[in-house]
Design a protein around this ligand. Structure first.
Ligand code: SAM
Ligand code: DTB
Ligand code: SF4
Length: 330
């Protein structure tokens, strides 16, 4: 096993083993947080946080059966489905996001996969959002290499596609898309030179060993994702995993912080995003996540379909911790 007690252990490695990752999870909490914070400050300014904003450009009616999702047509969540938003409405939302301080605008669609007929509208959205001086990100389900190339040429900086959980627990979460299909989409995105955003969800009823195995998958991809969103499950009423979480509870806050810290150590140069679930987290818990190497959040009072902290709440959080918004690289 690599000697992780060495003061410099921030080399980018794609050969992490599960026992090494399990050993990091097992560290005494103070030791783990200290190591993650050390790796963080060796690679980033620990007082800077990247701000992304989401917009659901096509909501609900999704053919997939992801057990946590408000937008799956397999669960009766009461969410009203809508068609793809017109380009001008997306641009209005992007301008508001920019004026509110977001650096990256992430457009999400409740699709199993991207259809060629929708590509021209998406390409216009992307190029016009990019022209506003925002970084662009999209999450549209599975995409082919040709579609990835077209979206990249239109100005798409990042594609988000999550592995969500471990390969072992995956069938408890979704059965309409295979793990391999997710890996294939990520490969298509990487192959055209687009940046990848890939993470998962904690609190799906998975065991510690699944969190180890999930982060093992992330850390042994051919290239580490540029952004790694770590979502805490937002339990949605009438979804199988939302119901289960209400009965069994999710992961403990300390275990959540451990997951962030291990992600930071494994992928020292990636942005680790403290993603869904912040609305239910205290300032102190979020501070521990930032201390442990999280350096990106979603801002704006809505994620895709569920609430996110309001602007004033986040302004207070950032101000009280002395965190600054990261400058837009463009
Ligand atoms: N439909 C596309 C797909 O799944 O590839 C893109 C949008 S999907 C909503 C993006 C990600 O949001 C999911 O992979 C999942 O990790 C996260 N997510 C969705 N619902 C969530 C919930 N209730 N709590 C936490 N994360 C959630
Ligand atoms: C990601 O990992 N988290 C974001 C983004 N990628 C697309 C989505 C979170 C969605 C939370 C549930 C909702 O608002 O519907
Ligand atoms: Fe559809 Fe994405 Fe929700 Fe799964 S997570 S049901 S693919 S919108």
């Amino acid at each position: 096993m690599a000697d992780t007690s060495h003061p410099v252990f921030n080399a980018v490695r794609n050969d992490w083993t599960k026992p090494e990752i399990a050993a990091l999870f097992d560290l005494p909490f103070m030791e783990l947080v200290f190591r993650a914070a050390t790796v963080h400050r060796q690679n980033f300014d620990p007082n800077e946080v990247q701000l992304s904003q989401l917009l659901s450009i096509k909501t609900g009616g999704c053919a997939e059966n992801c057990g946590y999702c408000s937008q799956s047509s397999h669960h009766d969540t009461g969410l009203k489905a809508s068609k793809l938003m017109p380009v001008d409405e997306v641009l209005t939302a992007a301008k508001a996001a920019k004026d509110g301080g977001a650096q990256r605008f992430c457009m999400g669609a409740a699709w199993r996969d991207l259809k060629d007929r929708d590509v021209p509208a998406l390409a216009s959205m992307i190029s016009e959002v990019k022209a506003m001086g925002l970084e662009t990100c999209a999450t549209l389900g599975m995409i082919t290499p040709d579609q990835a190339k077209t979206l990249k040429d239109a100005g798409l900086d990042y594609y988000n596609h999550n592995l969500d959980t471990s390969p072992e627990y995956y069938s408890k979460v979704v059965t309409t898309r295979t793990y391999q299909e997710r890996l294939d989409t990520l490969e298509a995105v990487r192959d055209v030179g687009m940046k990848t955003c890939c993470g998962g969800i904690v609190g799906l009823g998975e065991a510690r060993e699944d969190r180890v195995s999930f982060l093992h998958q992330i850390a042994t991809l051919p290239a580490h994702p540029d952004s790694i969103p770590i979502n805490n499950l937002v339990p949605v009423a009438n979804t199988p995993l939302g119901i289960q979480a209400k009965v069994k509870g999710g992961v403990s806050p300390i275990e959540f912080v451990r997951t962030i810290a291990v992600a930071r150590i494994l992928c020292p140069k990636s942005m680790v995003r403290l993603s869904a679930g912040r609305n239910e987290m205290s300032e102190e818990l979020q501070a521990l996540c930032f201390m442990s190497g999280a350096n990106s959040i979603f801002v704006g009072d809505q994620l895709l379909t569920t609430p996110n902290p309001e602007r004033g709440t986040d302004a207070h959080l950032l101000q009280s911790l002395g965190l600054r918004a990261m400058a837009n690289p463009q």
